[in-house]
Design a protein around this ligand. Structure first.
Ligand SMILES: Cc1cc2nc3c(=O)[nH]c(=O)nc-3n(C[C@H](O)[C@H](O)[C@H](O)COP(=O)(O)OP(=O)(O)OC[C@H]3O[C@@H](n4cnc5c(N)ncnc54)[C@H](O)[C@@H]3O)c2cc1C
Length: 418
């Protein structure tokens, strides 16, 4: 693409969930004779990450989750396939691994988070990695775990979170409920001792959800090992060891490794100690650089890292950005809205709806009494909603179409508890 003198340059880093939505919305809104839009990603394989959860149980095929990024990017957006090496915010420039240097007037960072099994001793560097110790937060891990689960005939299964924050914090719980159901259907449930191992003090982060999800663990005879801060995995003895000296033996360990921001974020000095970029939680604007915004999992906003959150955040951000570049005040404030289905096995799911200020509560969604979806309660329709999300993702969210769900969280239908 030739750069026209006087063109304003918008650069998006990452063509995953948030970056693709941004490119589609903004190309529609910004005149293409005034604005160039460039988006960078390391490959042309957009992965529907919620699908990773289903691969281990044979409910999704690995090839089902990947589509070319370029199919979901609009005309008039320049896609560059390269790794990102470094942002130099003082110069308004980004260095790519292919040697290109990209200048920008506005930078939107949508580079997400990455699992780092290399940061826990005995995890990625252990002899049991992808033999008896698995992750399912990568396509490779989820695929390898599928084979291991098929061969598993019984013993101790640990499903484990290394530390928070992780993307989709409900996915490990969903995994444990689906695993319980999977073993039941195979007729070997009585031979599998399942423990959910978490660094939190209960099944989930917030009190009401923690209680409801904790009750479901008990009902399914799944043990809970809380406050477990893993120090290392002893591959020879097949035990997970915590900093306070506790040991948990396993025959199969499914772990969510530490999730951090991307290496280029650390290398650019943009992130906190975990590589997440500090932003104003209402506008998603960098607290250090006025011409940088961060959308999706890459920022440090205190809500779940989830595609649904990225969607609501992008919808709040677009009118703000359009106002800002016209020199007007930003009209919207993001409330941290998150809306997640939680698979609970047996063809059912729960729904969580919350934001920065309101924890997940029981009730109905989106309407009071009639729902039709249950909040923090199991139902078939919630499960159908979870499965429908894949088509909604590709056909509605990625192209930037409006969904019939409020961008900001509503209290309608929610049961408040003291
Ligand atoms: C198992 C699992 C289940 C999930 N289930 C749900 C769910 O049910 N509901 C839900 O809402 N969310 C779910 N999520 C979370 C959801 O997928 C993420 O929150 C969402 O994808 C975040 O979007 P993002 O754009 O911030 O990051 P991503 O979609 O991860 O995109 C980041 C992009 O940046 C690129 N990138 C990063 N670094 C570089 C670099 N150095 N050079 C070049 N490119 C780079 C990456 O290649 C990637 O394409 C799930 C996630 C997992 C792992």
């Amino acid at each position: 693409m030739g750069i026209v003198v006087g063109m304003r340059r918008l650069l998006i880093l990452g063509a995953g969930t948030a970056g693709t939505m941004l490119a589609n919305h903004l190309r529609r809104e910004l005149a293409d004779n005034e604005w160039s839009i460039t988006i960078v990603d390391r490959d042309n394989a957009h992965q529907y990450q919620p699908g990773y959860l289903f691969i281990p149980f044979g409910m999704y095929k690995p090839q089902q989750v990947t589509k070319p990024r370029t199919h979901y990017l609009p005309k008039g957006v320049d896609f560059i396939q390269s790794g990102i090496r470094k942002v130099r915010p003082e110069e308004n420039e980004v260095d790519l691994e292919n040697g290109q240097v990209l200048g920008y007037d506005w930078l939107l960072i949508a580079s997400g988070t990455q699992p780092r099994p290399d940061l826990t001793p005995g995890m990625a560097d252990g002899s049991l990695w992808h033999k008896k110790v698995f992750d399912f937060y990568t396509l490779e891990g989820a695929t390898a775990l599928h084979d291991a689960l098929e061969k598993f005939e019984g013993g101790k299964l640990l499903v484990h979170i290394t530390d928070m924050p992780i993307k989709c914090p409900v996915a490990p719980l969903e995994f444990v409920f689906l695993a319980e159901d999977y073993f039941r259907k195979r007729g070997i449930r009585h031979k599998v001792d399942i423990t959910y191992v978490t660094p939190l003090d209960g099944a989930f982060t917030k009190p009401v959800a923690s209680r409801e999800l904790g009750n479901l663990l008990t009902e399914r005879s799944i043990r809970l090992a809380s406050d477990f801060a893993v120090e290392s995995i002893d591959n020879d003895r097949q035990v997970m060891v915590s900093y306070d000296g506790r040991e948990l033996p396993f025959d199969l360990l499914v772990t969510i490794p530490l999730n951090t921001g991307q290496q280029f974020v650390f290398d650019s000095g943009l992130g906190d100690e975990s590589g997440f970029i500090p932003v104003d939680k209402k506008t998603l604007r960098s607290t250090t650089y006025d011409n940088i915004f961060v959308l999706g999992d890459a920022s440090n906003i205190p809500t779940s890292k989830a595609g649904a959150v990225a969607h609501f955040a992008v919808e709040t951000f677009i009118p703000n950005f359009l106002a800002l570049v016209q020199g007007k005040p930003m009209p919207n404030e993001f409330d941290g809205h998150a809306n997640c289905f939680v698979e609970s096995g047996r063809g059912q799911a729960l729904l969580l709806d919350f934001n920065y200020d309101t924890q997940p509560l029981t009730g109905t969604f989106p309407l009071p009494v009639v729902g039709p979806m249950k909040l923090l309660g199991r139902s078939r329709i919630n499960h159908m909603g979870k499965l429908a999300f894949e088509q909604i993702y590709w056909r509605m969210l990625m192209p930037g179409h409006k969904l019939p769900v409020p961008t900001l969280m509503s209290m309608a239908g929610k049961h408040e508890e003291k």
